[in-house]
Design a protein around this ligand. Structure first.
Ligand code: HEC
Length: 151
């Protein structure tokens, strides 16, 4: 019985050390065209979004420890595919992306809740959301068709 426990521990340790050897793509490609906008907005996005939506990711210590590192790298990869503030020219003249940013935050989808566990200061306040809406010229009416024209 005791022997079994020892073998199990050895097996887990071996696997844990073994998976550390699997290469993880944790690099930051060059910034192509950084987000341009008011300083207040940029500071907010840098604080709350850049760790997954830019080529300027601050890789936390746990992003160096498998298997957590795989999750972090996966989120960054998917995040960059959806929206990369380091390739902002892709979306210029495109107010749709601005609206999407507002919606994701308003719905509590972004920043990813799991990220807030280790980055509490990344959460976006109601006040900040209002500032973002002003910046984007967010057109609430176009998203509230169901309510008719009563106001
Ligand atoms: C911890 C990583 C992480 C952080 C931080 C983060 N995101 Fe994301 N974001 C993702 C991932 C992963 C996806 C793609 C999967 C999904 O939609 O859930 C995504 C998707 C998106 C999308 C596209 C949504 C869609 O479904 O089309 C937008 C817009 C977005 N994020 C905006 C933001 C904004 C704005 C912030 C900062 C306030 C932010 N994100 C912070 C990881 C992150």
């Amino acid at each position: 019985m005791k022997k079994n426990i020892r073998y199990t521990l050895i097996a887990f340790t071996t696997i844990f050390l073994g998976i550390q050897l699997i290469p993880v793509d944790r690099h930051n490609p060059p910034v192509v065209s950084d987000f341009e906008g008011p300083l207040e907005i940029k500071t907010l996005l840098k604080r709350s979004c850049y760790d997954c939506h830019s080529n300027e990711v601050n890789w936390p210590w746990y992003s160096y420890v498998a298997p957590v590192s795989w999750l972090v790298v996966h989120d960054v990869k998917e995040g960059r595919e959806e929206l990369n503030f380091s390739e902002w020219n892709k979306y210029s003249g495109d107010s749709e992306m601005k609206d999407e940013i507002i919606e994701e935050i308003a719905e509590g989808e972004m920043p990813l809740p799991i990220y807030l566990v280790t980055h509490r200061d990344a959460s976006v306040s109601e006040q900040e959301l209002l500032v973002l809406k002003q910046w984007s010229g967010y057109s609430a009416h176009s998203h509230k068709k169901d309510h008719g024209d009563e106001d």
